[in-house]
Write a protein that binds this ligand. Structure first.
Ligand code: OAD
Length: 256
């Protein structure tokens, strides 16, 4: 299927040398990973959604780390065979060709990295990464081990309890990553900001769009549904990321 982009956008893309992309669960929907909100989302059933949020909270981790890990393992099983889709690959391809590219993602599924993206701010962390709650040692779990966990794994060094190196509900965001968002998106906004597959519920996700617009950059949303950002961006492209992003990236690459 062909994607028609508006002519003024095509014209604007011809001048783009730097891009910032902001992604949410929707960019991985076509890889078979469930979104959080919307039809068929994890929070669709309010009771189930509340249970998931509770299991994935900082307070549950402290009281019962096994419960948190079982919830993480359950999510990992749902994403069992997920591989990057054309949207992840288009973003990785863009990074190879531009003067500067930065990707701010809320996803913890690791698919951007798997597709080849490098300059990533994974603001909610990475569920495959681990940190010991006693000695702070950092490590990684492979997919299979994560999917099979039935209790909290322990540290090879001190036998302390490991935690997922992801931001759980009720926890603060890492200061160093917030500083990177400020530097990359507010202090020096890229020529083009793409916001893809997110309901943009959090201010650190929506505020780069406001900054970019104030500073005269091009802002584009890619989403099959309208969101709180739809009226705030220059262009809202309605449709699946796997279809629209490759077309957008082709256009940008044609001008390099
Ligand atoms: P949401 O589940 O809130 O939103 C997913 C968005 O993706 C929706 O706007 C959908 O319309 C859109 N979407 C669905 N299919 C798509 C497709 N094929 N292409 C493009 N877009 C599509 O996910 P996030 O905005 O990522 O936090 O949610 C943000 C955070 O809320 C998550 O990181 C998680 C959750 O609570 C934590 O776990 C800390």
């Amino acid at each position: 299927m062909k994607t028609d982009l508006p002519s003024p956008l095509i014209e604007g893309l011809s001048k783009v040398r730097t891009v910032g992309a902001i992604t949410g669960a929707g960019v991985s929907a076509e890889s078979g990973i469930q979104t959080y909100r919307g039809q068929g989302g994890l929070y669709d059933d309010p009771e189930e959604g509340d249970r998931t949020v509770e299991s994935l909270s900082g307070s549950t981790l402290r009281a019962d780390p096994g419960r948190t890990w079982r919830a993480v393992a359950g999510l990992a099983r749902m994403a069992q065979d997920a591989v990057p889709n054309p949207a992840h690959r288009a973003l990785a391809n863009l990074e190879d060709r531009l003067d500067h590219f930065v990707l701010l993602t809320q996803n913890v599924d690791g698919l951007h990295k798997m597709a080849g993206s490098r300059n990533i701010i994974d603001i909610h962390g990475d569920v495959f990464a681990t940190r010991c709650m006693s000695c702070g040692d950092e490590g990684r779990l492979d997919r299979e081990t994560l999917q099979q966990l039935n209790d909290a794994p322990s540290c090879d060094r001190c036998y302390g309890v490991l935690r997922p190196d992801a931001v759980l509900f009720g926890e603060s965001l890492p200061h160093e990553k917030l500083t990177r968002i400020y530097e990359e998106f507010h202090a020096h906004p890229p020529d083009l900001i793409l916001v893809i597959g997110t309901s943009a519920m959090f201010p650190y996700i929506s505020s780069p769009i406001h900054s970019a617009r104030r500073q005269g950059r091009i802002t584009v949303e890619v989403n099959p549904e309208p969101t709180v950002l739809t009226d705030k961006v220059d262009y809202s492209l309605r449709g699946p990321a796997g279809l629209i992003l490759p077309a957008l990236v082709d256009r940008i690459n044609q001008k390099q």
